[in-house]
Design a protein around this ligand. Structure first.
Ligand code: SF4
Length: 371
């Protein structure tokens, strides 16, 4: 681990690297682990919200790469016509992404992605049996519809990323998953251990050896055939290399990325998209403002004054002074603290044990076993 206290992640940057937008609250699936509170309701984002966000984003995008991530609900449930109207105010330097369950992807959607240069990330948890938690609103398995959507992307030659949720890490699973995603044809894979968040109150306490073993096995599978960019593993290896080179402190951004999530109604929640749509007697609705009344740039400039955000920044400093993994993790996510600990100034959560501490330990375990 880095010997001196890492200096990054102090306060919140005024300009984000991306914005998350919610074109609709609706999702056509009803996955057992979903955190979204309003996924059965179709509350669509008015075009005026997109116009207001674009007024801040377009100048930011002129300075370099800038992304808008359309995240729902299920963003494609907004329909092509409405999504096109929401994309229209953004300038040519803005890169658009959708995070989709792929069940609605067909030839017409593929043509839409190509025309609007939208990058696609598909949520799929591995082979059929690993998707048992992913069901339609009628309770039927969604797997066949997910792979039909992926097949359409491949038919059209559209590159895509994949995001898999792992609920029960166990021996053999990492190899099975990696082989599956090699066959699926994704370019990038992200792996999330299920989180206790939002309306998903299932515990995410897992056996430490199982989780560390899962990550170590995933590195081994990837090293045999590293055709996919494996997000968590590449990021861990980059950190381990930087520690050895004495440059680990250069990896963390100087400030926290505000990652504004703009809800369907224009409300802005910073740092953790998972807090959007919730409220708490102590923290209110977690919002920092609404783009229909205040420019996004102005909302972000004042985000540090949002009461829960100040508490979170205290928690980040507590992580900095107490946790050996801070240089790798940067202080974790606000939503994990809130939904696990009930407040924002705590430190270790089950999420950070599963997805930061044991991830790094798994990568080091793999390195030790293959010296
Ligand atoms: S691993 Fe956990 S305790 Fe350590 S810095 Fe990250 S969030 Fe904080």
């Amino acid at each position: 681990m880095a010997a001196r206290t890492p200096e990054g992640m102090r306060g919140i940057a005024a300009v984000p690297s991306y914005v998350v937008m919610q074109p609709t609250t609706l999702c056509n699936l009803d996955c057992a682990y979903c955190y979204l509170p309003l996924r059965a309701a179709d509350r669509r984002m008015p075009v005026a919200v997109a116009e207001a966000v674009a007024a801040s984003v377009n100048p930011w995008s002129a300075g370099g790469r800038f992304s808008v991530v359309w995240h729902g609900g299920e963003p494609l449930a907004a329909g092509r016509e409405h999504l096109a109207a929401l994309l229209a105010p953004f300038g040519p330097d803005v890169e658009h992404h959708v995070q989709t369950n792929a069940t609605l992807v067909d030839d017409a959607w593929c043509a839409f992605f190509a025309e609007h240069r939208v990058r696609v990330s598909v949520s799929v948890d591995g082979p059929r049996a690993r998707n048992a938690e992913r069901v339609t609103r009628g309770g039927r398995p969604a797997y066949d519809r997910i792979v039909a959507g992926v097949a359409a992307l491949r038919r059209h030659g559209l590159p895509f990323s994949a995001l898999a949720v792992v609920s029960r890490p166990e021996p053999g699973l990492a190899t099975e998953l990696y082989d599956y995603f090699l066959d699926l044809g994704c370019e990038v894979l992200g792996v999330n251990i299920e989180e206790t968040e939002g309306v998903n109150t299932r515990t995410n306490a897992r056996d430490a050896a199982d989780v560390t073993g899962f990550w170590a096995e995933l590195v081994a599978a990837w090293r045999r055939d590293p055709r996919i960019h494996l997000r968590e593993v590449e990021w861990s290896l980059r950190y381990a290399g930087a520690v050895l080179a004495g440059t680990a402190d250069d990896l963390l951004p100087r400030h926290l990325d505000p990652i504004p999530t703009v809800g369907h109604d224009g409300s802005v929640v910073v740092l953790s998209p998972e807090l959007a749509g919730f409220s708490d007697p102590r923290y209110g609705d977690f919002g920092s403002g609404n783009v229909l009344t205040t420019p996004l740039s102005e909302i972000l400039a004042g985000a540090g004054r949002t009461p829960w955000v100040g508490e979170f920044l205290t928690g980040v400093e507590a992580c900095r002074s107490s946790c050996a993994y801070f240089g790798f993790c940067g202080g974790g996510h606000a939503a994990n603290r809130y939904f696990e600990l009930g407040r924002f100034d705590g430190t270790e959560t089950e999420h950070c044990r599963n997805s930061k501490i044991r991830l790094l330990e798994g990568v080091l375990e793999h390195a030790r076993d293959h010296q």
